[in-house]
Design a protein around this ligand. Structure first.
Ligand code: PHE
Ligand code: ZN
Length: 898
């Protein structure tokens, strides 16, 4: 671990300061002698001066490296160190190429940050995005410097039988001393952040496929011996991804060989290294006995995501890290579309959309309203790792989705074609992307409003959309007025209006969509219409309306905004019962629940016993027992808004009260619908042989929810039948989804049988790390009862299976508590915050990236009620007072206190 500077002024990097690189690196030849304690790296580069920018010395990035030797054009040369950078002054003045040879060593076994070259269970892995390559060798470690890579790996034959890097294997053979080598050549130029190597004892599932052009490709999924029985779903997902990108976007696989490798030690989900994707085991390994439906769905979308990066990220990459959403927003959009296109029908597509919007609202909206708020294309950062955020990813994907909405699906495809025609092989900006999509159709609403549309990239904060309708019976006319505003965010006090695509329909009294004719139009058209709001306020007039309609606004969540639709409960109930847009049916139910939650939280005195009224309960019953609605959609509608989402609606947040209200609402739904839950459980519990498709997983989700509700109702009546059934189900379940749902029903409802079930579960799966993660997470995230979770969490940290150095394990205990269990975490005795500050500091010495993510658990402290607010500020200040914090954590706590 290297020593850090004592708290000095943070180095702020600004987007406006971008300048092109002073040198190009055309080729790099790397030779590794892999050894856990001391790995030797020989780096031979061909460079040339970029004569288009003023002459400067060559300043190569480096971090935690031991420098042995530098050779310029075969001879000696002078250099100096500037901090950790290697600076060379006397270099050729013209554009002619020169050769630089740099010999360094590094220590993978000491690398606990998991950035650069590190060890995971004895195998070697690399992680280079965003700035990890400089921890492997000296380089111009920036994405606009693209080089051709040749890589030779040398290592012990027995310990590291598999030697992998990007591209094609061109040579391999034996060496002295029981060592061997492999030489890889990547046919595509790439930025350093896409470099990867893997060495170790691994096995692979292989599949040869033919793509449309008739070319054969080899797909491989590498895992540790023993995990082969968990690779089928990842391979199927990869094949589906290859097929989809070719069909939907005309983008073929451009490599002879495409590899996925799984590691259990990984900071993030997965990484799109060219031809050699490295994945967190969590997003590769699955079989029906160890993985839930959610795991299967996540694997499909992450495998897709990384594969789609091959074009959106790798073939066209980012000019600088401020453009991160160029690849991430676009690729999240692509993986969302991929998952939707694999759905059998519109209902399953809506379910996927609801799940994505739920992530946006519960994670991104709070980020956009807190101290870390930043535009989709940030203007500045201290530590780029802190900007791999839900704003860059999920809001970025919404921005791309709005472009598709504005130009249409066909138009978007043409825009993508133009983007690749113009920029294949380049490092570009978000502006370049938006320009290409707009240029493909100059008549589109996007093209007409492009500069204004791009405010989505530059302005942070979640816009509010206000709608009010007025019906004029005499004129048979309905006027809808839409207004927008956006709250101030750090560094941005004033906002300009956004371009907001508003998809809407008007429902008649029978719940049918009206045909719509806007004033000035000759003919009506049916169903959903797209309005484009560009002003602060605009009115839209619909003609020939016979009676006051109910507006269904923002169908499919056509823009990432907060809507105040001004609808009455009766109108929302009408939408919940009839809207042709499944997303808005769910949304109406959420709004009804949210209103009741907020009202009960705001009310004086203790939380009443029955926050829910008959109308709401009746509507929920109608959904639960609906003859044709899909089980998956029912489960989503019946799930109450998350505590964090309820908190976002309030100016002052008392997490304990929100928790009490939501729990009471849940108990009420459990009790009032008891017979219906029992019916739903019996109807949906058996699904035949396990398949993770949306329909059968929706049935399992509803059965699981019913079981939880029945165990909650049983707790209140003291009845033992349903807990007994849940326990039996837990023991007999034929797959992990049903087993885990049954276990969770017992834990969540606080049934005494939970103890025994948890112990059995651990014994059953003690050798399955990913299942043990679930076991930890379930306990750390359990509903708090009288402050019981924190002591349990402290106890879990002393469990022999706990390991702070493993990010998945640390997240399963610490993050599940601090970031996902508000009532357990926000304690009036401040003990949750003390625990948090201890863990942030402890983790920071091991892995600053993970520590900085944990540090964000208190982002929203300013909204807290007393005594939480003062105690939280004190805890943050305690962390900030530490002199040798990483830049990662320092940036987060400094912004939180600002
Ligand atoms: N680029 C990766 C992705 O989104 C995420 C990642 C970032 C992984 C940084 C590791 C480090 O697919
Ligand atoms: Zn990505």
């Amino acid at each position: 671990m290297q020593l850090r500077e004592a708290a000095g002024p943070a180095m702020v990097i600004r987007r406006e300061d971008y300048t092109p690189p002073p040198f190009w690196i055309d080729r790099i030849e790397l030779t590794f002698d892999l050894d856990p304690t001391k790995t030797r790296v020989l780096n031979k580069m061909s460079l040339r001066r970029n004569t288009e920018v003023p002459a400067q010395p060559l300043r190569l990035d480096g971090e935690d490296l031991n420098l042995a030797r530098v050779v310029l054009n075969g001879g000696g040369c002078s250099f100096k160190m500037d901090g950790e950078a290697l600076v060379l002054g006397n270099l050729p003045e013209g554009p002619e190429p020169f050769e630089l040879e740099i010999f360094t060593t590094c220590s993978p076994e000491k690398n606990t940050q998991l950035s650069g070259l590190y060890l995971s269970q004895g195998d070697f892995f690399t992680q280079c995005e965003a700035e990890g390559f400089r921890r492997i060798t000296y380089f111009l470690d920036r994405p606009d410097v693209m080089a051709s890579y040749t890589v030779t790996l040398r290592a012990d034959k027995d310990k590291y039988p598999v030697l992998l890097s990007n591209g094609n294997l061109v040579e391999q053979g034996e060496l002295a001393d029981n060592r061997h080598f492999a030489k890889w050549v990547d046919p595509h130029r790439k930025p350093s952040y896409l470099f990867a190597l893997v060495a170790g004892r691994l096995i692979s599932r292989e599949q040869r496929i033919l793509t449309r052009s008739g070319k054969e490709h080899l797909l491989q999924v590498y895992v540790r011996p023993g995990d082969m029985d968990k690779t089928e779903h990842a391979m199927n997902s990869l094949i589906a991804s290859v097929v989809w990108d070719e069909a939907r976007f005309g983008l073929p696989l451009d490599l002879e060989r495409f590899m996925i490798v799984a590691t259990s030690d990984f900071n993030m989900g997965a990484m799109e290294n060219k031809g050699l994707n490295i994945f967190n085991t969590k997003y590769v390994l699955a079989n029906s006995a160890t993985a839930t439906d959610t795991d299967f769905a996540n694997i499909e979308s992450v495998v897709g995501h990384e594969y789609f990066h091959n074009w959106t990220g790798n073939r066209i990459t980012c000019r600088d890290w401020f453009q991160l959403s160029l690849k991430e927003g676009l690729t999240v959009f692509r993986d969302q579309e991929f998952s939707m296109d694999l759905c059998a029908d519109a209902s399953a597509r809506a379910v996927k959309r609801i799940e994505d919007v739920r992530v946006l609202r519960t994670m991104q909206f709070p980020e956009d309203a807190g101290p870390m708020a930043h535009p989709v294309r940030p203007d500045q950062y201290v530590e780029i790792n802190n900007f791999y955020t839900v704003t860059v990813y999920e809001k970025g994907a919404e921005v791309v989705r709005m472009m598709q909405t504005l130009v249409g699906r066909e138009g978007f495809r043409q825009g993508m074609d133009l983007y690749f025609q113009r920029h294949d092989g380049q490092a570009v900006t978000c502006d370049d992307f938006a320009q290409a999509i707009a240029d493909a159709d100059p008549d589109s609403a996007l093209a007409r409003h492009l500069p204004q549309f791009k405010r989505w990239y530059s302005q942070s904060g979640t816009p509010r959309l206000q709608a009010s309708g007025r019906y004029d019976a005499a004129e048979r006319r309905y006027t809808l007025t839409l207004s927008q505003s956006c709250p101030a965010t750090p560094g941005q006090s004033e906002k300009q209006p956004f371009v907001i695509p508003v998809a809407l329909g008007l429902l008649d009294a029978q719940g049918q969509d009206l045909a719509l004719r806007l004033q000035g139009e000759a003919q009506a058209s049916g169903g959903t219409r797209l309005l484009v709001l560009t002003q602060a306020s605009e009115s839209f007039v619909f003609e020939d309306i016979d009676a006051e309609p109910v507006p269904s606004l923002l169908r499919g969540f056509s823009a990432p905004v907060i809507v105040d639709n001004g609808l009455t409960d009766d109108q929302l109930l009408h939408l919940l019962a009839h809207d042709s847009d499944a997303f808005n049916r769910w949304e109406a139910g959420q709004q009804l629940a949210l209103r009741r939650a907020v009202q009960a939280v705001r009310a004086e005195g203790s939380v009443g016993a029955a926050p829910l009224d008959e109308a709401f309960i009746g509507a929920m019953r109608a959904v639960l027992c609906h003859p044709t609605l899909d089980a998956a959609l029912k489960e989503l509608v019946l799930t109450l808004p998350a505590e964090t989402y309820i908190a976002e609606q309030l100016d002052v947040v008392d997490p304990q009260r929100i928790h009490a209200v939501r729990e009471t609402m849940r108990e009420q739904l459990a009790g009032a619908l008891q017979a219906d839950w029992a019916w739903a459980y019996e109807q949906h519990k058996d699904n035949g042989a396990y398949r993770p498709d949306p329909v059968s997983s929706g049935r399992r989700a509803l059965a699981g929810m019913a079981l939880t509700m029945l165990c909650i109702a049983a707790r209140d009546t003291g009845d033992a039948v349903w807990p007994g059934k849940a326990y039996q189900r837990f023991k007999d379940a034929g797959n992990m989804t049903d087993r885990f749902n049954a276990l969770s029903a017992l834990v969540v409802s606080g049934q005494p049988l939970a103890r025994d079930a948890l112990a059995r579960f651990h014994a059953m799966f003690q050798d399955e790390a990913l299942v043990i993660d679930k076991w930890f997470a379930l306990q750390a995230g359990a509903p708090d009862r009288g402050g019981n979770v924190l002591p349990a969490v402290r106890q879990l940290m002393t469990h022999p299976d706990f390991n702070l150095k493993n990010p998945n394990r640390a997240r399963s205990v610490i993050f599940s508590f601090c970031s996902a269990n508000p009532a357990g975490f926000h304690r009036s005795d401040a003990a949750g915050y003390v625990f948090w500050s201890e863990r942030v500091l402890e983790l920071d010495a091991i892995n600053p990236q993970v520590a900085a993510r944990l540090a964000r658990a208190l982002d929203r402290w300013k909204k807290l009620a007393e005594p939480y607010r003062s105690a939280a500020r004190e805890a943050i200040a305690r962390v900030a007072a530490k002199s040798d914090l990483s830049a990662d954590v320092r940036e987060v706590v400094t912004r939180a206190l600002a």
